[in-house]
Each structure stands twice: as structure tokens, then as C-alpha cells.
Design a protein around this ligand. Structure first.
Ligand code: GLG
Length: 835
């Protein structure tokens, strides 16, 4: 290859590599303080020092990132694109230092400059561009793609405000405040002003008379999508992938005509409405609201991403029919489903392909992951709204639907109900577009996120589609988590103990998590168990210290730590947990002091956000906070049972909570939690699990052994029947479950403040009880009693803990992403610098 310009040696002698020399690290940090930040040693605070350190680390990452992009361009491999409306990244600095293997050098260097790296890490704000499991999964998959040298890019939106900050009022109400995460500058993003695309909304679409489905879409509003790149470093590899986030901007700063006419407000109006598109993340998990701005977000993002993907493909100089050989696009839930009609639009209206050819390309490029079977989470868009905002796409959807339903009719003649169920359009006022159906017929393959869930997808929401397409179009990829963040980073002492015990460098076992199996034999080693237990204890003290400094509570670290952290939702049944706490409290109250002394002390932690409009979920928070207020102040019981609701749950808080847990709760009504991923994080850190036979809990138990998991509750096949009973043959709670009735009566009676406040929550259980709290309560209480018994024998408990961690290899997101790469995308690793 010929050097593109100038004197090659001048270029090459001036180009730097990743620099691990401590002297050069301090030099680069000081240089950033002086120049990038324009500050001095005299007035530098931790935030400034963090920013300079981050910029210095970023320089090192950029070296790899540049090299990786060049390498991918030269090798021209098939690439995969992960389209996700949410990326819940958390903090970057610590993760980057560990993946680059530069942590100890930066620690030294920062020390020499009079700061502590640990303090600087705390200055970073979380990048919280997601709600929960779905967004965090996307972040884990990016880490694994880079770590496995896979050419995968993420595409998302650069929300100005991430998930809201949660405040808790003195009464226990959740209050929401904005999350201005970009206010202190974000050193981890690279603005790419030169990478931008125009995205159209509204306007008119005219079908061409002789057009084979073609049309011309004009008019309306045009908005600019500008790229911001976020580097994703792999673990101990030079491969550094990219996450491209789009920001919306007005096409023109403001309307000069209005401005000159003296209409200043009119002049900035269009710029405001363009900027609004990427202003805020919708804070709903598992519900959809059909808001116009949300639809605009979805189209804006898919249109910009596809334009970018196609431009990159075209640079290869290949013909468009080879597109599926070079591109795989993963749809993370139905949020990016508009990419399907958008690609059709481009192929038909811009590339001039005929319908069948275009459709063949489309259905070989897309892959679709479903994350839930809850009906309230299945996206539907009103047809009138779609027609208004995306007139051309609505035409295409109608065309897809017509051709599809003709094929269904041919296979199942005369089955009108089947046609109605499978149609992309749901009848009603207004008619609605069913995004899951569209994603399903427009994709090459569809997967669920754990074995049980994938089965449920095939037998419930997509049953008709399995009968039409055949089962081979459907599959399962059980979720995973990155062991880099969720073990090495959040639990450094445990990581060290594992490396020294196995005598394997962490760079090896962190990328081949099945190696943890080697720990099994050490469960029998007394000295090892003591070290294992001591680390858990120190992690509990670390959490207690965090709570003491942030909230001012003193936590009893001699107690068992019992944790439930996740979005507040009725199906996740935080209610079951809090009612169980009250039950335990009432039992303790009924005991003599001598009896209490035999009880194993326990601290229960909750954390999680409720969707701002989700009334029952917010009421559940209020109940938890008020139960905590009462029982933590009760001198008779507080040494045996205490309770904390930790506000503003985040990735960073999870990193402190998870390593500290003895037991964690994953107690959804059977068949409702698609997978869960925090269950995996707890178990990887040696916390045991109490849970229902649901989601990935089942596969965790298969791996770690059922003797190490505390299962309870009804099974999935029973749920439908029980719900039917609740509606048609209701039995009052007082009869069905006296223990629960007693708890509910105490709450209604005002033991935790005005009982009337909680009536709507209590009534969800007394009437209908859709999530089967009554049915599972007794067996839940029994499971917790078994947990207590098991904890009494501490030595056995530690063995369980070790055996659990040792058998979590399957749940590395490296395994999951390799499944996608091999079984779905047909992608090969492209390691940088190895040929
Ligand atoms: C969903 C599901 C979780 C799942 C996650 C990632 O509810 O059970 O673990 O996706 O697949 N919205 C979610 O969090």
C-alpha cells in the first residue's frame, strides 16, 4: 500500500502507541490539565483531576480505536450492528483502565500528582441511557463484542437527559429530577460533526404509476442527525469498537426569514422542535405510551443508523444484492422495527429495486430479539399517527401486510381469525400497527433471552408465526453479563483471590469463564473458605461505609444481607418481599427476648426506580420506606431486622451492592421475567439466590445445582389456571392465606402510618391478585426460613457460595455474543495486530 501523503517517516515517527510508562502517564495528565482544561496544579480539584486523567486514558484508547477501524476497513469483513434505544453504560474510567491493563500504572501516576485514583473514579457520572435489564444487556454485549474481537458497532441515541434521578421525599414518595449527565463535559465521546444525515418527517408520499411499489416522499420537516462516537475497548486486546449515538439538530440554525421579519420566537421554533427529539430517554420499562415524540425518536435513530450502515457498505464497492453478506442488524426489542420499512423504502425508492428482490435483502439482514411476553410491553402505533409522521412507511407496511396475508391465506385457507391475529394492523379505533408482528416477519431469525422465555415466545405471542414459518426461524440465546465489570471491576479482591487460587492470569479466566470450575475443589479447603468469607465481609463493610457516608445510616454488618434491586414492577413482586418483611417483623414482635436472641439478624435492601406514571409501583416504594421507618426505630427488633430503601439505583450503586449480598431476590410470577440478568451478577459474586422457577433462574440452578438455589412458588403452567380462579372463583385472602391477611390487616390498620394510603396497593392483592402474591406467599415464607437455616451453618453456606461462583461460566456475555455471532449473524473475529 502506498502512503497517502507527505513524508511517511515523519508521520510514523510522530504516531504514538498505547503508553504504559508511568512517567509518560503523568506527563500526559499534566498536559491535559494545562492545555485541554486550561487549569493549574494550584486550584485543581478531584473533578478536574478526573477529567484530565480521563482525557489521558482516552488518548490511549483512541490509538487502539483508530487502528481497529482501519483494520476493519482493510479486511472488509461482515459486520454486525446492534440497534438499541438504550445503552446503560455506567461509568467508563475504571472499566477502560482494566480492559487496557493500565490500572496500576495510572494509580501510581495519579498518586505522584497528589490524588487518589479511587477518589477520581467517584467523580464520574454514570452514563444512564437506559431503564434496566434491556439497556444494561446492550452494554454488556458491546464489552463482549470488543473483547472477542468481533466487528460489532452499537447504534443508539445521545439523550441529553438519561434516566431521571430518583429522590425520596420524607413521606416516602418518589420524586423525579432530570439527569443532566453531560453538564460536566463528557470526555468519553467524540463529536463527529462531519458525520451527519438528514432525516425527514411528515410530508406527502406519492406512489409512482408504474412503480412496482415505488413512491416519492417529499415535504415535511427535515432534521439533522449528528454522530457522537463512544469507544468500546475490549479486554486485553487492541480491538476497540464503536458505539455511535445520534444527536438531533435543526437543519438550519434558525429561520432567517422569520428572524428578519422580527418574529424571533418563530425563528427558533423549528430548532427547538428538532433538538427535542434526542432530549430525553423515556423512563418506562415494560410499558408503551404511543407518544409522538417517541415515534420520532425511533424513526430518527433507525433512519440515521441505516443511512450510515449503507454508506459504509457502499464504500466497499459491492453491489447491493451482497448487502446481507456484509451486514447483519440486530433489533434489540421492537424499538428499531421501523428499520424494516425504512430499508424497504431505500431499496425501492432510492435503489430502484423491485419489491421481491428488496424484501429478500431485508429479510436476510435483520434479526430480532424479544425481551418480554407481557402484553403491556408490546409496542403498537396508531395508524393515523404513523400516516401523519411517516406517510411513506405506512404505505410500505400496508404493502408488506397485503402480500404477507395472501401467503397466510394460501397456507391456511379460510382461517379469518388467524389472519386477524397475524395482520400487521390491529382493528379498532384507532387501528394500530403491531410492531412485534412486523419485526417477526421482516427478520431472518427471532430469539428470546432464556430457555423458558424463548419457549413462551413460541407458544404464546408468536405461536401463529411459528406455525406459518416453521420453528427453525425461532431460537434462544440466554442472556449473559460481562465478568469484567461484574466481577473484576466491582469485586477486585475476589478477582485476585480467584487468579491466585487457580494460578491463572485474570486476562485468561475473564475471557473463558468456564475456568471458574476450577474453584469447586477449593470449596473443601478451610483456608480458602476463610478467605472467601472475609472478602464477602469486607464487601459488606464497603457497602455499609457507602451508606453511612451518603445517607447517614449505620448498617449492621454482622447481619445477613438480603438484596432486591430492579425496576419497581408488580410482576417482579417487590410486594411479596416487603410483605414478607412485615411478616418477619410481626413474628419478631411476638417473641420473647430470649427467643429473639436465637434469630439470625438480617438487613433487607431495596433499590429501584418506578416509572413516573406507575402509581402502584410508587405506592410500593412508599410502603417500603415507611415500613423501614417504623422497624428500624423499634428497639425490640432492630438488631434482628432492619430495612433500607436506597434511592437512585444505578449501575454504580449495583457495583457496590452486588458483591455485598449474601442472598438476593428474583421472585417474579412464574413466566413473567424473560430472563433477568442481575440474578447472574449476584451468583457470580457468590451471593445465593431465592427465586421463582422463572427466566434465567432456571438455567442458573441447572448450572450451580438446585441445592444451591432457594426455589419457591407456583410454576408457569399453573399461572393461567390460578388467574382464572381468582376471577371466577375468588377466595378471600383471609381464607386463602391467613398469614398474608394478617400482614395486610396490619398495614391497613395503620401500623406504618395512615393505612388508607396503601389501600390501592393492598387491593391489588385482595381483588384479582393478577400476580399471585396470595398463592405464593406461604411457600415464599418457607423459602426464607430455609435461607435462615442454611445461613446458620456458615461453613456450609460458604461452600454453597463458592460452588455457585464456580459454576457460572455459562452466563458470561462472551458466550452469549458468540452465540449471536455464529448462529445468527455469521460473523468471524477480526483481531487487530495479529496478522
Ligand atoms: C427485559 C426483561 C428482562 C431481561 C432483559 C434483558 O424484562 O427479564 O433480562 O430484558 O433481556 N426490559 C427488560 O429488562
Amino acid at each position: 500500500e502506498k502512503w497517502p501523503r507527505g513524508d511517511e517517516t515523519v508521520w510514523k515517527t510522530n504516531m504514538r502507541g498505547v503508553d504504559a510508562d508511568v512517567g509518560n502517564i503523568t506527563k500526559s495528565v499534566v498536559n491535559h490539565v494545562q492545555t485541554s482544561l486550561a487549569r493549574q496544579a494550584y486550584n485543581l480539584d478531584n473533578l478536574g483531576a478526573y477529567q484530565a486523567a480521563a482525557l489521558s486514558v482516552r488518548d490511549n484508547m483512541l490509538v487502539n480505536w483508530n487502528e481497529t477501524q482501519l483494520h476493519y476497513t482493510r479486511k472488509a469483513p461482515k459486520r454486525a450492528y446492534y440497534l438499541s434505544l438504550e445503552f446503560l453504560m455506567g461509568r467508563t474510567l475504571d472499566n477502560a483502565l482494566l480492559n487496557l491493563d493500565l490500572k496500576s500504572q495510572y494509580k501510581d501516576g495519579i498518586n505522584q500528582l497528589g490524588f487518589s485514583l479511587e477518589d477520581l473514579l467517584e467523580e464520574e457520572r454514570d452514563a444512564a441511557l437506559g431503564n434496566g435489564g434491556l439497556g444494561r444487556l446492550a452494554a454488556c454485549y458491546l464489552d463482549s463484542s470488543a473483547s472477542q474481537d468481533l466487528p460489532v458497532w452499537g447504534y443508539g441515541l445521545r439523550y441529553k437527559y438519561g434516566i431521571f434521578q430518583q429522590l425520596i421525599s420524607p413521606e416516602g414518595n418518589q420524586l423525579e429530577a432530570p439527569d443532566p449527565w453531560l453538564d460536566n463535559q463528557n470526555p468519553w465521546e467524540l463529536p463527529r460533526i462531519d458525520v451527519n444525515y438528514e432525516v425527514r418527517f411528515y410530508g406527502q408520499s406519492e406512489r409512482l404509476p408504474e412503480g412496482h411499489g415505488r413512491a416519492i416522499w417529499t415535504g415535511g420537516q427535515e432534521v439533522l442527525a449528528v454522530a457522537y462516537d463512544v469507544m468500546i475497548p475490549g479486554c486485553h486486546t487492541r480491538n476497540t469498537n464503536n458505539l455511535r449515538l445520534w444527536e438531533s439538530k435543526p437543519k438550519r440554525g434558525f429561520d432567517l426569514n422569520s428572524f428578519n421579519a422580527g418574529n424571533y420566537e418563530g425563528a427558533v421554533e423549528s430548532s427547538n422542535s428538532a433538538a427535542a427529539i434526542t432530549s430525553v430517554l423515556y423512563p418506562n420499562d415494560h410499558t408503551t405510551f404511543g407518544k409522538e415524540l417517541r415515534l420520532k425518536q425511533q424513526y430518527f435513530w433507525t433512519a440515521a443508523s441505516l443511512a450510515d450502515i449503507i454508506r459504509r457498505f457502499k464504500n466497499l464497492g459491492k453491489s447491493i444484492n451482497e448487502f446481507p453478506d456484509y451486514v447483519a442488524i440486530q433489533l434489540n426489542d421492537t424499538h428499531p422495527t421501523l428499520a424494516i420499512p425504512e430499508l424497504m423504502r431505500i431499496l425501492l425508492d432510492e435503489e430502484d429495486l423491485d419489491w421481491n428482490f428488496a424484501w429478500q435483502i431485508v429479510t436476510n439482514v435483520f434479526f430480532f430479539t424479544n425481551h418480554t411476553v407481557l402484553p403491556e410491553a408490546l409496542e403498537k402505533w396508531p395508524v393515523p399517527l404513523m400516516e401523519h409522521i411517516l406517510p411513506r412507511h405506512m404505505q410500505i407496511i400496508y404493502d408488506i401486510n397485503m402480500i404477507f396475508l395472501q401467503a397466510v391465506e394460501k397456507k391456511f385457507p379460510g382461517d379469518r381469525e388467524r389472519l386477524a391475529r397475524m395482520s400487521l394492523i390491529e382493528e379498532g379505533f384507532p387501528k394500530q400497527v403491531r410492531m412485534a408482528n412486523l419485526a417477526c416477519i421482516g427478520s431472518r431469525r427471532i430469539n428470546g433471552v432464556a430457555e423458558l422465555h424463548s419457549q413462551l415466545v413460541q407458544t404464546t405471542i408468536l405461536k401463529d408465526f411459528v406455525e406459518f414459518f416453521g420453528v427453525s426461524k425461532f431460537g434462544n440465546v440466554t442472556n449473559g453479563i460481562t465478568p469484567r465489570r461484574w466481577l473484576d471491576q466491582c469485586n477486585p479482591e475476589l478477582s485476585k483471590l480467584i487468579s491466585s487460587t487457580l494460578k491463572i492470569d485474570k486476562s485468561v479466566w475473564l475471557k473463558d469463564l468456564y475456568k471458574l470450575k476450577g474453584l469447586v475443589k477449593f470449596a473443601e479447603d478451610k483456608g480458602f473458605r476463610a478467605e472467601w468469607a472475609a472478602i464477602k465481609q469486607r464487601n459488606k463493610e464497603r457497602l455499609a461505609h457507602h451508606i453511612e457516608t451518603t445517607l447517614g445510616f449505620t448498617v449492621n454488618t454482622n447481619a445477613m444481607f438480603d438484596v432486591q434491586i430492579k425496576r419497581l414492577h408488580e410482576y417482579k413482586r417487590q410486594t411479596l418481599n416487603i410483605l414478607g418483611v412485615v411478616h418477619r417483623y410481626l413474628e419478631l414482635k411476638a417473641m420473647t427476648p430470649a427467643q429473639r436472641k436465637k434469630i439470625n439478624p438480617k438487613v433487607v435492601f431495596f433499590a429501584g426506580k418506578a416509572a413516573p406514571a406507575y402509581y402502584i409501583a410508587k405506592l410500593t416504594i412508599r410502603l417500603i420506606v415507611n415500613v423501614a421507618r417504623v422497624i428500624n426505630a423499634d428497639p425490640e427488633t432492630k438488631d434482628y431486622l432492619s430495612l433500607y430503601f436506597l434511592p437512585d439505583y444505578s449501575v454504580s450503586l449495583a457495583e457496590v451492592l452486588i458483591p455485598a449480598s449474601d442472598i438476593s431476590q428474583h421472585i417474579s410470577t412464574a413466566g413473567t421475567e424473560a430472563s433477568g440478568t442481575s440474578n447472574m451478577k449476584f451468583c457470580l459474586n457468590g451471593g445465593l439466590l431465592v427465586g421463582t422457577v422463572d427466566g434465567a433462574n432456571i438455567e442458573i440452578a441447572e448450572e450451580v445445582g438446585e441445592e444451591n438455589v432457594f426455589f419457591f412458588g407456583h410454576l408457569t403452567p399453573a399461572v393461567e389456571d390460578l388467574r382464572y380462579q381468582h376471577v371466577y372463583h375468588p377466595v378471600p385472602v383471609d381464607e386463602a392465606c391467613p398469614a398474608l391477611a394478617n400482614v395486610l390487616n396490619q398495614i391497613s390498620g395503620g401500623l406504618f402510618g395512615d393505612g388508607g394510603v396503601y389501600e390501592p396497593l393492598v387491593n391489588t392483592i385482595r381483588q384479582g391478585d393478577y400476580y399471585l402474591v396470595t398463592d405464593d406467599f406461604d411457600s415464599y415464607i418457607r423459602a426464607l426460613a430455609m435461607v435462615d437455616d442454611a445461613y446458620m451453618d456458615r461453613d456450609e453456606w460458604v461452600k454453597k457460595s463458592i460452588n455457585t461462583t464456580a459454576n457460572m461460566g455459562k452466563f458470561s456475555s462472551d458466550r452469549a455474543i458468540m452465540d449471536y455471532a455464529q448462529e445468527y449473524w455469521n460473523l468471524e473475529p477480526i483481531p487487530v495486530g495479529k496478522d
